[in-house]
Design a protein around this ligand. Structure first.
Ligand code: TLP
Length: 353
């Protein structure tokens, strides 16, 4: 699925959100059958929702304009104001969703750092509030798979299953931010239904590595999705002829998971090349999906400075800290472009190759 963008001068590794719709997606969008989705009458949205539910082995699913809105909807549906949400200290819902957990759901995030972003029950249990009327109460546990800010790490299914089982025994639901759950599925060689079956709700994005221009899905029981539909409307997420967007989402859902492994191979190739460049620290063995985060501290340069210099060479990455840079592979960047990016990074950091 290489597109014209692959041959463009700029190699955009800032995120997999930058992918452009394929010609097949654009055709499907132009030809989509549509209706008013606030009346649940858009046949293409309904098909997408039915197919997503089927793929995840769940009763129902709901289409959203963004992953942030789908996460917030899930959080608001599972909680009441004044309650707490347990999540990892670098969770996307905590760092990059405009504090919506607090500002809109009225809840307090209760965070704990976890190695590789992988929470375990031992880390979670001490954060659960006792049932005392003058204490705020824990409402929800949230996990992220793959974990973005830990470099696309993948939860071992035994660990996420264990968290869900113990949370349920404690009377707590578990929501999964599975923005890149298909990447986790490909890395593990197990279906998305299998690795998410114990979660109470799952959000996944069509608009990242799967390549759709817009959209994310929330998956769960019929009862939960009926409630989430009300919350989505409250947040202004009721769309009308959204079938023009859902049509691209259907293609992303059916076709792109088959080729995600290429993005993982390219990420590993990029990481291996980076590990040989003086001034860069990265362990390529830790790169298991399409996200890599490397450190340029030993080059004596800041991440912002290195990114600005790389941009002049037509290579875009994102600074995630003073000395850390994130790069994300996707279908609009092929192997030749990765090699060009490596050459530019070596030049910028003053290495010879
Ligand atoms: N992530 C974006 C940025 O916001 C950082 C990216 O470029 O990776 N969960 C996770 C794990 C995400 O990575 C993202 C987007 C979201 C949720 C939110 O999705 P959108 O952007 O559709 O609101």
């Amino acid at each position: 699925m290489s597109t014209a963008a692959a041959t463009q001068a700029v190699i955009d590794l800032r995120s997999d959100t930058v992918t452009r719709p394929t010609p097949a997606m654009r055709r499907a969008m132009a030809e989509a059958e549509v209706g008013d989705d606030v009346y649940a009458e858009d046949p293409t949205v309904n098909r997408l929702q039915a197919r997503a539910a089927e793929i995840f082995g769940r009763e129902a699913s709901l289409y959203f304009p963004s992953g942030s809105m789908a996460n917030l909807t899930a959080i608001k549906t599972w909680t009441r104001p004044g309650m707490e949400v347990i999540c990892e200290a670098q969770a996307h819902i905590y760092l990059y969703e405009m504090a919506g957990v607090a500002a809109i759901a009225g809840c307090m995030p209760n965070t704990v750092p976890a190695p590789s972003g992988t929470l375990t029950w031992d880390l979670i249990e001490p954060l659960i509030r006792p049932h005392i009327y003058y204490r705020s109460q824990t409402a929800l546990i949230e996990l992220e798979n793959t974990h973005n800010m830990h470099g696309g790490t993948v939860y071992p299914p035994a660990i996420s299953d264990d968290i869900c089982e113990r949370a349920h025994a404690a009377g707590l639901p578990v929501h999964l931010d599975g923005a890149r759950i298909f990447n986790a599925s490909v890395a593990l060689g197990r279906s998305v239904a299998d690795i998410t079956r114990k979660f109470d709700s799952v959000m996944f994005c069509l608009s990242k590595g799967l390549g759709a221009p817009v959209g994310s899905m929330l998956v769960g029981s019929r009862d939960f999705i009926d409630k989430a539909r009300v919350t989505r409307k409250l947040l202004g997420g009721g769309m009308r002829q959204a079938g023009v967007l859902a049509a691209a989402g259907l293609i992303a859902l059916e076709e792109t998971p088959k080729i995600l492994h290429r993005d993982h191979e390219n990420a590993r190739h990029l990481a291996e090349g980076l590990s040989k460049i003086p001034g860069v620290s990265i362990d390529p063995k830790r790169v298991v999906t399409n996200i890599l985060i490397f450190d340029v501290a030993s080059s004596g340069r800041t991440a912002a400075d290195v990114c600005a210099a790389l941009a002049k060479h037509g290579v875009l990455g994102g600074a995630t800290g003073k000395s850390t840079i994130r790069m994300v592979t996707h279908y609009d960047v092929n192997r030749a472009a990765i090699d060009r990016a490596l050459a530019a990074i070596a030049t910028v950091l003053g290495a010879s190759s």
